[in-house]
Design a protein around this ligand. Sequence first.
Ligand code: AP5
Length: 217
Amino acid sequence: MRTFIVLLGPPGAGKGTQAQIVAETLQLAHISSGDLFRENLKGQTELGKQAQDFINRGELVPDDLTIAMVRDRLQRPDCAQGALLDGFPRTPAQADALTEMLADLDGKVVCVPCINVPSEVLVERLGGRWTCRAQGHVYHQLYNPPKETGKCDIDGSELYQRDDDKPETVANRIRVYLAQTSPLIEYYQKRGLLAEIDGTQEISAVTADLLAAIRKD
Ligand code: AP5
């Protein structure tokens, strides 16, 4: 049976930062729905064009487009053992669709860590975030700075600030999370899969708590 981990948490909680470390440690594929959308935006694909306005406004891309994109991604060979899902599902309809998709793939969700961080900290984190163009490695100008300003430590590519990290868009993303995604906390709690993680700690301490929660299951 393939094992899947769903990482929940508001924008800026540290999902991407942690997913890269945890997926590598557990040798699982890292699937970020946000990264998949950004690749489509960059390539100006039909999906990218359809998703662009939603992303720029800090709203969710409609479920049908998002589910089809993730279904397609899960077919790739790197998901043979399972995957760490970062940013998907984000609505109960997406969560139901995931359960169906995994049943077809002989897989199931085994753990859903939710990284908790208060809203005021999220705004500060996203305001100082720098992301690498090549592979989406994430830095923060104060909390996790690159060795060389503007350059990724891992692949040397240019660092940039995301368009949807503008303060007004961040505020909307947090509202959208609370209204549309936070119901998934109860959804997975009822299924006995939720693990609450304190995301205000240092990055390495959050990683340790995540790995402990995942290995317990
Ligand atoms: P997406 O890219 O998924 O954005 P998000 O969920 O808003 O999450 P972020 O990437 O902003 O934050 P993160 O939690 O990964 O934090 P990070 O590790 O970078 O989605 C973007 C858009 O795509 C959505 O708004 C939507 O439009 C669309 N979309 C995506 N998925 C969708 C779906 N399923 N359905 C519909 N639409 C969808 O960390 C943030 C900063 O904090 C960094 O600078 C980092 O260095 C720093 N940091 C991390 N951890 C710590 C720590 N412990 N202490 C101090 N600083 C830290």
